[in-house]
Design a protein. Sequence first.
Length: 115
Amino acid sequence: MLTIHIVDGNPENGILEFDVNGNRGNGNGDAKRTWQVHWIVKPGSAVLGITNISMKSVPGNTDIFTNDPPAQQGNGRQWKAKVDDNAPIADYYYDIEWESESGVKTHDPKISVKP
């Protein structure tokens, strides 16, 4: 399973801070086919909730979540999806739209599907 904790966010520039499977970073993570992917917003952060997670429109990007796309769980602070059984071994670029007190912001990490 790939667990992406959203630790905090900067409402001025939209940049999120992450802990991905125990490692601080830019939100990029590795997953394998059939893995669950969970996005969890840390309580008390500047991120009030996630409003959308969607595939970024860039050349060569392939949707790895066709059967079980990212979906909100409960109050918008948790989302989950499942990597397709036949997902290509490639990078998946996506947008996280998140809400702050100053409005909706966007951050664009990636998930790399590994063998």
